[in-house]
Ligand binder design. Structure first.
Ligand code: FES
Length: 106
């Protein structure tokens, strides 16, 4: 069972922004959308763009390379040229810390 990993303190990620953390070698982008936090892999499924570098539009992030949109809440690809979702990770707030866990290989 993968451990929870602290990626930021609550308040460290401003609303409408994100932070990338290395969790066991995986780049995970943690977004603050209106005070709710979501964690998805910082990889566009079209051609590997770093989603955290893209524009955040509501609860969507726009890949900076070719403009595919992803839902920050679910990881779903919402527009071409990406068709596959990027990974979404469980997230919790514990003792004022934002924690995520990569349980894909458990
Ligand atoms: S790498 Fe993201 S849209 Fe092409």
């Amino acid at each position: 069972m993968a451990d929870w990993v602290t990626v930021a303190a609550v308040g460290e990620i401003a609303t409408g922004s994100c932070k990338v953390a290395d969790v066991d070698g995986v780049a995970i982008a943690v977004f603050n959308i209106g005070g709710e936090y979501f964690a998805i892999e910082d990889v566009c499924t079209h051609d590997g763009g770093e989603l955290a570098s893209g524009h955040i539009d509501g609860d969507q992030v726009v890949c900076p390379r070719h403009g595919a949109r992803f839902c920050v809440r679910t990881g779903d690809a919402l527009s071409a040229p990406a068709y596959e979702p990027t990974a979404k990770f469980p997230l919790r707030i514990e003792g004022g810390q934002i924690q995520v866990r990569d349980e894909r290989w458990d």
